[in-house]
Design a protein. Sequence first.
Lengths: 76, 357, 265
Amino acid sequence: MAKQRGAIVVDIERCKGCELCIDSCPTSVLRMERKVNGKGYHFAYMENPEECTGCNNCAIVCPDGVISVYRVKVEV
Amino acid sequence: MKKELRLLKGNEAIAEAAIRAGADAYFGYPITPQSEVMEYLTWEKPEERTGMVVLQAESELGAINMVFGAAGAGRRVITSSSSPGISLFQEGISYIASAELPCVIANVVRGGPGLGTIQPSQADYFQATKGGGHGDYHLLVLAPASVQEMADFVPLGFDLAFKYRNPVMILTDGLIGQMMEKVELFEQIPRATEFDQDWVSTGKTPDRERNVITSLDLQAVDMEKRNLRLQAKYKKMREEEVRYEEISCGDAEYLLVAYGSSARICQKTVQLARDKGMKVGLFRPITLYPYPTKYLQEISGKVKGILSVEMNAGQMIEDIRLAVNGKIPVEHYGRFGGMVHSPNEVLEALEEKIIKA
Amino acid sequence: MSTEAKSITIKDIIKEENLVYRKSSLMTDKMLSYCPGCGHGTVHQIIAEVIEEMGIQSQTIAVAPVGCSVLAYEFIDIDWQQAAHGRAPAVATGLKRVMPDKYIFTYQGDGDLAAIGTGETIHACNRGEHITIIFINNGIYGMTGGQMAPTTIAGMVTSTSPYGREVSTMGSPIKISELVAQLPGTYYVTRQAVHKPGNVRKTKKAIRKAFENQELKKGVSLVEVVSNCNSGWKMSPVKSNKWMEENMFPFYPLGDIKVDGELVK
């Protein structure tokens, strides 16, 4: 059986820490970093990357388009 | 080249000339005394003659912004209104001038201020030449004095508008707008099919960067640069585009300065004066911006006094006084609020205020 | 490409050939000037994607408003004209009338479209101009510091309604989309949102339809996007979206108002 495994890349310097991506994720992958970027914003990161299915939700809801999504099919 | 001879109203001449000048669009709104411009255009169906668009907007606010849109696409756009409507245009005109777009705007001036009256006036001189809208900008202002010039200034206006990427105003009045004279109409100029890709908003093709037509510069240093560009334009206009007419000025001891209908009236005054043995000349500015300052500076060394004859409470007189710089007396005469002075009234005023004073 | 589940690492996944989503290449490199969490950014990206997918970059000209999105022309790589406050539909009319085969759209906020621009909005819709109007409704004047807008809902606190919008003195909020849907000149009127992924996908479909409709030459397509203004509403982005769901959506219900020239019952 195949399932999707995904991963996201956040453009850290362009993230404004709005946190909309966090709730948009159906598998609770994302959290905000305690660190801040050059503009002083906390930015999103994958706290639970194994749960990411590459569904694109976070990327499309991001008002600044800072998330790129990658996805592969995996044999379970 | 065979020219067509027709008997037309001033307003109709503007409309017919717009079609022949290859205009792409006219957007307007009815207001007396210039509604014939749009009525003629809608009647003529120029979309069948040349493909020209004619659209009655919801208001002058709509009309001037439609002009802004089409001008941004590099098209030849023309509009017309009268004093209260031109006041509504001012926001749009400031934007168009700042965004460096070409267009032609005809103001068929009526008595004001406020809702005023529908009879002719020249009380929009300040509005046309000194500003009207906010900011440091100028319109190139042409003042026709005949129905022939109403027609001829349309293609001239377009050429100047595109030469400088600046709005051009045809400043006329209800008298010329409504009167009928014979006009020699020029031949049809074909509408353009190519547009200067350096600035037009026609769609970003792969071979160029995107064009943004805007009058906004959030950084003051950029806004200053924009203003410097505009000022350089106006300097060039002042050097190259001054136009005027002299009537019996060669030996004149006294000078009448008048434009538009007032100049037509003063032509008769010159005749009456000369019949009485007075050496009076008429100087008729054709461009009100750039103003023929140099000519007046020079002639103020030869004549004894100048009467500024304008249908207002005294507006162009300020530009004459600036040019003359106190060398000789300069006075004003003119009826206003829609009243039109007679040639005899002007002669009496000249005698009283300048010759006998 | 399948791989063994146990051995897969993030590094294996993040490879160019596995890319499934990146923001549109029609978005410029400039960082968006909008507040964190503002729906403007999301809508900009949807528009950029639609234009890219339809392949109409060189045929699209947009008209920017006055408001927070006055600088919209910095962010999407197409030709733009920046209009005076409220006048965008008239500017768009001028553009569309002289270039009837180009895709012309306006991008406006609630003050621009429903206050100062009401005349231009209604008459462009009444004339049935073949343009697209994208209307961002966040019930407030964001750019100028959070004043009341014509779409501010009753009771809402803004800087010019500090005790809440009082209908008896300040008027009711206007549902301008329902208003213009009554006119025969509007062909497609819909109200959407972009605060959740499902809504983003629906809005994209709506905007795509609104652009494709220009080819039919049947009148105005207006897409209203009810959006947040966390700065103006003085909330966090996440809280503002919740507030929007609870307070704005009941008054501005999402869904199609007019489709293919017919009002939706």
